[in-house]
Structures are given as C-alpha cells and as structure tokens.
Design a binder for this molecule. Structure first.
Ligand SMILES: NC(=O)c1ccc[n+]([C@@H]2O[C@H](COP(=O)([O-])OP(=O)(O)OC[C@H]3O[C@@H](n4cnc5c(N)ncnc54)[C@H](OP(=O)(O)O)[C@@H]3O)[C@@H](O)[C@H]2O)c1
Length: 346
C-alpha cells in the first residue's frame, strides 16, 4: 500500500431508515471514512460504475427474502465494476477490472474470504464495455438468458411477450427470443421506448401500456395467444397477459416493479385461473441460482454482441455516489432508458 492510498477518503451511502413507499432523502445517510489497505489475500477496489437495480428496493425491506436485507447503518448493497488499486492476492494485479458487489461507496476493502462472498471476478473488456458488463454480460443479462431459456424454454415460432421491454432485462429477453426464432412482443411505457425495441432491437411489435389498454394490444399482436410471458412488472399488466395465454404457456416471474413501493400489500393476479384453463404455469426465478453457469451465457451473448445480433443500451448517470438516491428513483418512474448505471469514477 503506498502513502498515496492511505490518504484516500471513501464517500459512502448508507441505509438510514426502512422506506415506506418510494425511498426518500431521509432514508439515506452520507458518510466518509479513511480508506484502509487490504489484509493478506484481500483487495482494495475503486468503484468505477454501479448497477442500479429495482431489486435494491426489496433489499431495503426487513423480512425474509432470497438474500438478507441491508442492515440499518450499513453501506447500501450494489453490484458494480471496480478497478483493483491494491492487491495482496496473487490472482489479481493492480489495474485489473473486476465485477462484484462493492456497495454504494467509492472504495471497497475486501478480505480474501469476502472476494467470493461478493462475487468478485475479473472481466474481459474485449468481450464488452464496462456498461455491457453491467447489462447484457452482467446480472440483468444472466437473468434474461436463464429465465427465458431455463424456464421459458422457447421454441421457434412461439410468441414471447416481455414487459419492461426497453429496460435492462427486457431488452435482452426480447433479443435472445428473436435469435431463438420466436415472435417477440414487448410492453413498455411510451412511444420512444416502443420505437426503440422494434426499430433498434428487432422486436416484432411493442405495446405502449401508457397509451391504451394492454389487452387491446395483446389481442392485436398475439392473435394465437401468448406462449411465454417474461414478467418484469406484475400488477395489471400481468393480469392482462394472463387473460391471453395460449395452451401450455409458461410465465417467468422475474419481477414485479409495479408493486415494489406498494404500501398496502402486493396486488396478486386476478386472472390466475387462466393457468388452469390453459394448462399453463408460472415459475419464479432468482438469477443467483445460476451463478455457476454464468460463463455459458456470457460466452453466448458475447458472441451475439460481436456478430451484431445483440445490441445493448445503457443509461449512464454521472454524479458519483452522492447522486445515488435520486438516480435510483428513475427506475420506479420509468425515467431510465436502458440499463441504469451510476458512474462513480473514470
Ligand atoms: N428475479 C431475478 O433474479 C431478477 C434479476 C434482475 C432483475 N429482476 C427484475 O426484473 C425487472 C426489470 O429489472 P431491470 O433491471 O431490467 O429494470 P429496468 O427495466 O431497466 O427499469 C425498470 C423499468 O420498469 C418499468 N416500470 C417502472 N414502474 C412500472 C410500473 N408501475 N408498471 C410497469 N412498468 C414499470 C419502467 O419502464 P417503462 O418506462 O417501460 O414503464 C422502468 O424503466 C424488475 O422487476 C427486477 O426486479 C429480477
């Protein structure tokens, strides 16, 4: 560790209170600490870019989930890409770029044990940019790939509907489904997002749920029904798709962003008996269950990026960790256009 590093100050964003509804300013606390060097086996990482994810809202709640909640007073959990700036681990050199879970802070000092716990792994920028490593080659891309392939099991000619279509997960779901020979209908908020997924990403159609009833769009664009629904939003849109299922349809329950800030309980699907009538099923998925297989999807999707069959759009906000609370809210208003990334350092 050089004397330069010991003078570094780490700015952090901590969870101060558990939000009710949308997170507000008083739910966050800004702190600063001196940066400490790594112990034997550990690394000191400088955060370059953070992944802002709808799941963060769930991590702020108390209660049982697929991952423990962020504790009050703890640095907010966040995935991201970092640069190794001090290494006491022979597997990493200063300058390496790594993916992991650095949290909403400028530096993270990790012990050797923590490297695995925080999913630290080197990234190869020949396969994709830092933005793409947070998007199609990162957690959202893995979610899209394994949710669609493992649960949806798409067959050529089938109709796939995906909500949150212009977002991080949705854009990759639709493009992989097209590559696998499916007909793809997106659902997104606003004409710009719908134009993007059809004109830029090659979806067959897109329903603007803010412009009119989703059921009308589904009737028009899915005349034979929906074989696979990749659900990112839940709520009324899920209900509309349930009412249009084809026989033996598969619904991937990936997320329900329309419900994450609900203060009076999550709204369940009213039309669930369509599962019975159509011999269909809904299945939840958590991307981390596929961690051992990420390399398979990364190899396949890096190939699509290279041959031009896969595009990616990131919405990069500059402003450092101080901009985190406001930037996170973009996900819930739909103000993000593509994978939401907070740039922390160059
Ligand atoms: N199960 C897993 O392992 C896993 C992993 C990653 C992500 N997810 C889930 O996947 C979903 C998408 O995540 P992402 O990272 O790709 O986010 P994203 O789609 O990039 O951003 C969120 C988008 O959700 C839409 N939205 C917000 N409020 C909405 C509402 N009330 N009704 C309908 N749409 C709404 C907005 O798009 P519009 O402008 O189109 O409304 C917004 O841009 C989330 O539910 C997330 O929790 C699950």
């Amino acid at each position: 560790m050089t004397s330069n590093l010991t003078t570094l100050v780490n700015h952090q964003v901590r969870l101060a209170a558990r939000p009710v509804g949308l997170p507000k300013a008083s739910d966050w606390q800004f702190t600063e600490e001196a940066v400490t060097g790594p112990d034997d086996g550990g690394l000191l990482l400088q955060t370059l870019a953070l992944s802002l994810d709808p799941a963060m809202r769930g991590w702020m709640n108390d209660g049982k989930s697929y991952i423990p909640p962020v504790g009050l007073g703890e640095v907010m959990r966040a995935g991201g890409i970092s640069r190794v700036i001090a290494s006491r681990n022979p597997a990493y050199a200063v300058g390496d770029l790594v993916t992991g879970t650095p949290g909403v802070q400028e530096y993270a000092t990790l012990s050797g044990d923590a490297l695995r716990r925080y999913g630290v792994a080197k990234i190869d920028t020949r396969l994709g940019t830092i933005g793409q490593w947070l998007n199609v080659l990162g957690m959202p891309g893995m979610t899209a790939y394994f949710g669609l392939m493992d649960i949806g099991k798409p067959q050529p000619g089938e109709t796939v509907v995906v909500s949150g279509a212009a977002g991080a997960v949705g854009q990759t779901v639709g493009q992989v489904a097209k590559i696998k020979g499916c007909r793809v209908v997106g659902i997104a908020g606003g004409r710009d997002k719908c134009d993007f997924v059809v004109r830029e990403l090659g979806f067959d159609a897109c329903i603007d749920y803010k412009a009119g009833p989703v059921k009308d769009g589904l009737r028009e664009h899915c005349p034979k029904g929906v074989d696979i629904y990749f659900d990112n939003v839940g709520g009324d849109i899920l209900d509309a798709v349930l009412a249009r299922l084809a026989r033996k349809a598969r619904i991937i329950v990936c997320g329900a962003i329309s419900q994450y800030n609900a203060t009076e309980g999550v709204a369940g699907p009213k039309n669930y008996l369509s599962l019975l009538v159509n011999r269909a099923r809904m299945e939840g998925m958590v991307v981390f269950d596929y961690a051992d297989r990420y390399h398979e999807a990364v190899a396949e999707m890096a190939g699509y990026l290279k041959d031009g069959r896969m595009k990616s759009r990131e919405d990069v906000v500059h402003g450092g960790v101080a901009a985190f609370p406001d930037t996170l809210l973009k996900l819930f208003s739909g103000a993000n256009f593509g994978k939401l990334v907070l740039q922390v350092a160059d």
